[in-house]
Design a protein. Structure first.
Lengths: 464, 290
């Protein structure tokens, strides 16, 4: 490395006249669009149609647009690397950037935040619910990441395993366990079913895996999608077994046998505290946090084992894998099975949290959302998935609450309906600016001297 | 020939490979002997890579038999085995004409993937590994040591932690050979290892291949167009043309075989006399490079 390389300017000097010209242009175009659309609104009163002007809103939006564009000029667009640094830098291992330096701290900080979240928000119901909701999707996305991100197999039917887990809990805890072992087992049903749900889902992962092993890319995606739909349709139509579209009401989980209820022998009674409904939600929150962390650490460990390296090698080059004696059939099956297992755990949890399961919860859009989280996070990156889940699920929740938009929408439209639009827009923006997701670098699983992240350009996305 | 008395490691017997109407190999028989370097040469499209694909199980030959023998007497019929089993049990490793590295994984990781089966066993098919067994940790350390020793031999030890896709072309070729050797093969099949190398790098490759042959219990089967490599290191050369064997013997024999000269010059039988002069020139050129 030469001294020139070190001292090379990180950012070029700003070309102010060009920036100002661009901003003026932006303002003109924005006004042209906004004046007819936003500035006046027609309101039907009892007797007549009146125009209400809304210039404050127009200028607020304009200011927002200009500020965003200026920020892009200052911090994003000017960062085109100068030819000197671009040439000196090897393509694969870029030098440590800010995210690189703070990288090792991100996960511990996130975990600490997650652990103290109920305390931070003073045991309020809303943030805890939201935490449960987001953590469920983080866990699902971490599970799907094994199949899509590591092994490079596109699975559009992941929600099927979620359904298997949920129905496993619903049916075992309400029908089979009481029948086999008597009613005394019901308080423990959650703890017994959790591993069973995981195993059943893994079994279904293998069952799905077998026929699709020879398929790749688009074909694999279509068959997995169909599989997801088949499971849902079976749940709807096999009335005698699943109770069809009416669903099944399932018992709440207990604190190792202590129910969350008033009175003798309950959780609050045992610990001598006053009964409060929030206890149950805090409990659920920590259960899903523990399950998600289990998924994280097991996956992380698997990546460092031969099986995980084989998954990634499979994504990189299947033929080379076979030439090295790797049984690619088994490797794909284990990826499907282990990914499915985590989906099954999450499904079991979902059933207890909801207190009710029905086929409606397992529609294709759920698979699509989980896949979107994986893709937005950056294929293979577990940390990226956390941010993607917060971004996507958080924005869904935001839309649920936003009444601000109501003034601007035709009568009777619910802002909730716009959430998919927002996700679509976010996806388009992502494809434009970060086509490989939030975190594109791949961390190697083993190293001799130093752990250098592999740049995303070299990492393959798999071929199905 | 001295080699005729030894038992061959690899015998290809009457192998035919057809793709629809095209016969890529027809009735090919040849043998490779223990601890020798056997070269497979021939003009473009002669069917050399197809022979490799049949030996390593990527193609199932239309007819014929391919037998591989280990020093301990074990015999494998490769035409009946799955590709990954050929690598795992018969211990045949290969490289590819168009390099196939795991480009998004580091150099060291590439060599670790090559030791998959051994490590899989040590990790108790993952279960003991997840629980953090000491046996797996020791096995992993041994695997890293083996990888390190190969990286030193191919002079890539300084790049161990870099992504494989980042290496220059010549280094990628050597890494692919090291990766194949990490599977601890009995037969190493190299598909044009010198393609795209400069003369200095080819010379280095010669040394590497000789070292591999003398330091390991391995036979090498080599496809190569670079005559300086072929003539310099082969013990035995098989020449293919249009899927048929046209010559087979030691480098001197092959170099002077009129059939080979004809194939490389593309002359008709009748014109043979006229082109004898040109043929002699070619023979000299081949000899010069050797
Ligand atoms: N999978 C296949 N399907 C159809 N034809 C094939 C296939 N593989 C090889 N061939 C044909 O078989 C013939 C031999 O090809 P092969 O790749 O073995 O030649 P080669 O000797 O390795 O040539 P080169 O020196 O160019 O690598 C060619 O005509 C090729 O088109
Ligand atoms: Mg070839």
């Amino acid at each position: 490395m030469t001294a020139q390389d070190v001292s090379a300017p990180r950012a070029q000097a700003y070309d102010w006249s060009a920036i100002i010209k661009d901003l003026i242009g932006t303002a003109i175009v924005s006004l042209l669009i906004m004046v007819p659309m936003v500035a006046y609104k027609s309101v039907i009163t009892q007797y007549s149609l009146v125009l209400v002007s809304r210039w404050t809103e127009v200028f607020a939006v304009l200011a927002l647009i200009l500020a965003t564009r200026l920020a892009l000029h200052l911090f994003v667009w000017n960062r085109a690397p100068s030819p000197v640094t671009a040439a000196a830098k090897p393509a694969g291992t870029a030098k440590a950037t800010l995210p690189e330096k703070i990288g090792p701290w991100v996960f511990p900080v996130l975990v600490a935040f997650a652990v103290f979240l109920p305390l931070i928000f003073n045991f309020e119901r809303r943030p805890i619910d939201l935490g449960i909701y987001i953590l469920t999707y983080i866990m699902l996305a971490w599970g799907l990441n094994i199949v899509v991100g590591l092994a490079g197999l596109l699975d559009l039917g992941y929600v099927a395993f979620y359904a298997v887990g949920a129905y496993a809990y619903a049916l075992l805890s309400t029908v089979y366990f009481p029948y086999w072992f008597g009613d005394g087992v019901v308080p423990w049903a959650f703890y017994i079913t959790l591993p069973v749900a995981g195993l059943l889902a893994a079994l279904w992962g293998v069952i799905l895996g077998f026929p699709v092993l020879r398929l790749r890319g688009d074909y694999l995606a279509i068959v997995t999608l169909a599989f997801g739909e088949i499971i849902r349709l079976v749940l709807i139509n096999w009335f005698s077994f699943t109770n069809g579209p009416q669903g099944i009401t399932v018992p709440k989980a207990t604190f190792f046998g202590l129910p969350f209820a008033r009175g003798e022998g309950s959780f609050s009674d045992f610990f001598g505290i006053e009964f409060n409904r929030i206890h149950y939600f805090v409990f659920l929150y920590y259960v899903i946090l523990a399950l998600a962390l289990l998924t994280y650490f097991v996956t992380n460990r698997l990546r460092r084992l031969p099986i995980g390296r084989a998954w990634e090698a499979l994504r990189e080059d299947e033929i080379a894998c076979r030439s090295l004696g790797i049984n690619t059939t088994n490797t794909k099956l284990t990826a499907f099975a282990i990914g499915a297992m985590f989906g099954g755990f999450a499904g079991c949890f979902f059933a207890t949290r909801q207190g009710f399961v029905s086929p409606e919860s397992f529609v294709f859009i759920e698979s699509a959302i989980i896949l979107a989280i994986v893709v937005l996070g950056g294929l293979g990156s577990q940390i990226g998935i956390v941010f993607a889940a917060i971004a996507i699920m958080g924005s869904f929740e935001l839309f649920r609450e936003l009444s601000v938009f109501e003034n601007y929408l035709p009568e009777g439209t619910d802002p909730v309906h716009f959430r998919m639009l927002a996700v679509g827009l976010a996806m388009v923006l992502m494809m434009r600016f970060r086509p490989r997701g939030f975190v594109t670098r791949r961390q190697p699983t083993v190293f001799l001297k130093e752990r250098k992240a592999v740049s995303g350009d070299l990492v393959k996305e798999g071929h199905g | 020939m001295a080699t005729a008395t030894k038992t061959p490691v690899l015998s290809v017997e009457h192998v035919t490979m057809r793709f629809g109407g095209l016969t890529a190999i027809s009735d090919l028989s040849f043998e490779a002997y223990p601890n020798e370097i056997t070269a497979l040469i021939g003009p473009n499209g002669a069917g050399k890579t197809t022979v490799f694909n049949c030996i390593t199980g990527f193609y199932k030959p239309t007819g014929g038999k391919i037998a591989l023998r280990h020093a301990d007497g074990m015999e494998f019929l490769l035409e009946r085995m799955d590709d990954f089993r050929i690598s795992q049990h018969a211990r045949v490793a290969r490289t590819f004409q168009n390099i196939r590295l795991f480009s998004g994984m580091t150099v060291l990781e590439n060599l670790m993937v090559a030791q998959h089966n051994k490590l899989m066993l040590a990790s108790g098919y993952t279960i003991a590994g997840v629980l953090g067994s000491g046996r797996y940790r020791r096995a992993e350390k041994a695997a890293i040591d083996l990888a390190k020793s190969w990286l030193e031999k191919v002079r890539l030890i300084d790049r161990a932690d870099d992504p494989a896709g980042d290496l220059p072309y010549g280094d990628q070729r050597r890494l692919e050979i090291a990766r194949a050797m990490c599977t601890e093969p009995r037969l190493l099949c190299l598909d044009e290892p010198a393609a795209g190398l400069n003369p200095r790098e080819s010379e280095e490759l010669n040394k590497l291949l000789r070292a591999i042959r003398s330091e390991n219990d391995v036979s090498i089967l080599l496809i190569e167009h670079d005559m300086s490599v072929v003539m310099g290191i082969s013990d035995h050369i098989v020449v293919l043309d249009y899927g048929q064997k046209i010559s087979d013997g030691d480098p001197h024999h092959v170099k002077t075989d009129p059939a080979v000269i004809r194939a490389y010059l593309g002359v008709d039988e009748e014109e043979e006399e006229k082109d004898a002069l040109a043929a002699k020139a070619v023979a000299e050129a081949l000899g010069d490079q050797a």
